[in-house]
Design a binder for this molecule. Structure first.
Ligand code: FAD
Ligand code: FES
Ligand code: FES
Length: 472
């Protein structure tokens, strides 16, 4: 991808021919000389580099905090990039004042990123300021000196100063945000789409959210031709048609979890997000990237595998559909050629009364990848398991579709005894290895525990944890 990247940086219009694969963080600090955005881990783990990205959604611009250390400059085309400098006014904003009043900053290194994420939180239309909301907004931020207690306590200060007046218009009216935010919808609409002004260049690498590929190949990407997939809005969005939920491959984790159709299918999806990355990463990480990265412990991958999703690929003018259950061939080996783009994920609509569950165990409860994760869909009728989809991650070189365990459970009465009888079959199916995420024996234990957790969580009226422990 080569050509002019045209965007707004705070209140200023920018047109640049810098390489599309340069990190937004590096652009800000090295080219634009805006040092308020800090560089910490460069791996999405600390939140020091958080910025807001504003994107047109209909008539409005919607802002989300993201980590600029994993985002390509090319993706800024047609967007509004807001840094801490663009949020500063004449006086401290209520968010900054809350941090000062609560003594929630010492060296100040983490503070700009924290202010950015908290501003992103109160800029959401109708956002209610709550203690859990503040915690969720700060989920991706590390503070080495002050500690989190004071940070969590900013909520009453925010509530007192901002109250119900959240959303961009209210914040501008109250002098919390600069007036230039109000012109942004019109100014962004005036930027022509990227493709309309540039010749086609054969790219070497696809970048979606960038949250895996920049961690793996961060030094190489600014030097090569990259294809920034997020410049294709048609690969986003969720709709229900012809027996499938059609999910664009560029749908982020956060967009997926907030979609009403997804919530109907997976009622606890928003609770699951608490155990997956941080808000800033979930605003970037796409479902497609999770699948193509092919980690055996991808959280969305395991969920989509249990739901027996289909993958739609495009290569030039040709397209084909592959069942996810046959997609993973070996460790990071896929039924896909390097030029194929995953455009859509089709989730078959389960029959009525199907229950869906997801479980994850990791070394650290939040902001950690799984030791073992698992997802299940089960439909029972008259006390008998009619249909089941089961997947486990972290127990084989690939995300594992548990065919033998599923075959055993299908047609059996649903009870703690049946689930217990399935344990040895599941153990024969998995082949975990010992690594930093746990020993093989520990992962085998988790296979049993997660199977138990699925059934006790989804069928509390039929079985509880004690039904299992009494027999051990
Ligand atoms: C701090 C941090 C925490 C994380 N926590 C979790 C976690 O809790 N759970 C979890 O599962 N993952 C986690 N991840 C990993 C990562 O966020 C996910 O795997 C994410 O889904 C990757 O998606 P992406 O859009 O960022 O992919 P990218 O990094 O953009 O791409 C990944 C790979 O897929 C290819 N690709 C992407 N999209 C397409 C497409 N549509 N067609 C063809 N090829 C494509 C790219 O070329 C690349 O090879 C974490 C990452 C970070 C940095
Ligand atoms: S520098 Fe740590 S998240 Fe970006
Ligand atoms: S105040 Fe020093 S890192 Fe947070």
């Amino acid at each position: 991808m080569a050509g002019m990247v045209h965007f707004f940086l705070n209140g200023e219009e920018v047109q640049t021919t810098e390489a599309a694969g340069i990190l937004v963080l590096d652009y800000l600090r090295q080219r634009a000389q805006l040092m308020g955005t800090k560089e910490g881990c460069r791996e999405g783990d600390c939140g020091a580099c958080a910025v807001l990205i504003g994107e047109l959604e209909g008539e409005r611009v919607v802002y989300k905090p993201v980590t600029s250390c994993l985002m390509p400059l090319g993706e800024l085309h047609g967007r509004h990039l807001v840094t801490i400098e663009g949020l500063n006014g004449e006086a401290l904003s209520p968010v900054q004042q809350a941090i000062v009043d609560e003594g929630a900053t010492q060296c100040g290194f983490c503070t700009p990123g924290i202010v950015v994420s908290l501003m992103g939180y109160v800029m959401e239309d109708g956002a209610e300021i709550t203690s859990n909301g503040v915690k969720a907004a700060l989920s991706g931020h590390l503070c080495r000196c002050t500690g989190y207690r004071s940070l969590k306590q900013v909520e009453p200060y925010l509530k007192a100063s901002i109250g119900e007046e959240t959303g961009i218009e209210a914040l501008v009216a109250n002098g919390v945000l600069s007036a230039y935010f109000l012109d942004m919808p019109e100014r962004l609409r005036a930027i022509p789409p990227f493709g309309s002004q540039n010749g086609q260049v054969s790219p070497e690498v696809f970048i979606a959210g960038g949250t895996d590929i920049y961690v793996q190949q961060g030094d190489a990407l600014p030097e090569i031709q990259v294809h920034v997939l997020n410049l294709h809005p048609e690969m986003k969005g969720i709709s229900r048609r012809a027996g499938y939920l059609h999910v664009g491959a560029l749908t982020t984790f956060e967009e997926f979890a907030r979609d009403p159709e997804v919530i109907r299918l997976i009622p606890e999806i928003q609770d699951y997000m608490f155990l997956i990355a941080s808000w800033q990463i979930r605003n970037r990480a796409t479902l497609g990237g999770n699948i193509i990265n092919a980690s055996p412990i991808g959280d969305m991958t395991v969920l989509l595998l249990a739901l027996e999703a289909l993958l739609v690929f495009r290569d030039g003018q040709t397209s084909r559909t592959v069942p996810m259950t046959r997609f993973f061939k070996g460790y990071k080996q896929l039924d896909r050629s390097p030029s194929e783009i995953l455009t859509e994920i089709l989730i078959p609509e389960p029959a009525a009364r199907t229950r869906v569950g997801w479980e994850k165990v990791s070394k650290r409860k939040c902001l950690d990848i799984a030791s073992v994760n698992s997802a299940i869909k089960v439909r029972c009728e008259d006390g008998v398991i009619q249909e089941i989809g089961l997947a486990m991650g972290g127990v084989a070189p690939v995300p594992l579709y548990m065919k033998e365990t599923m075959a055993f459970l299908t047609g059996r009465p649903i009870s703690a005894e049946t689930v217990q009888e399935a344990f040895p079959i599941a153990q024969r199916e998995v082949a975990p290895i010992s690594d930093v995420r746990g020993s093989a024996a520990y992962k085998r234990l988790l296979v049993r525990q997660l199977l138990m957790a699925h059934f006790t969580r989804l069928f509390p009226e039929l079985m509880q944890a004690r039904d299992f422990y009494e027999t051990y």
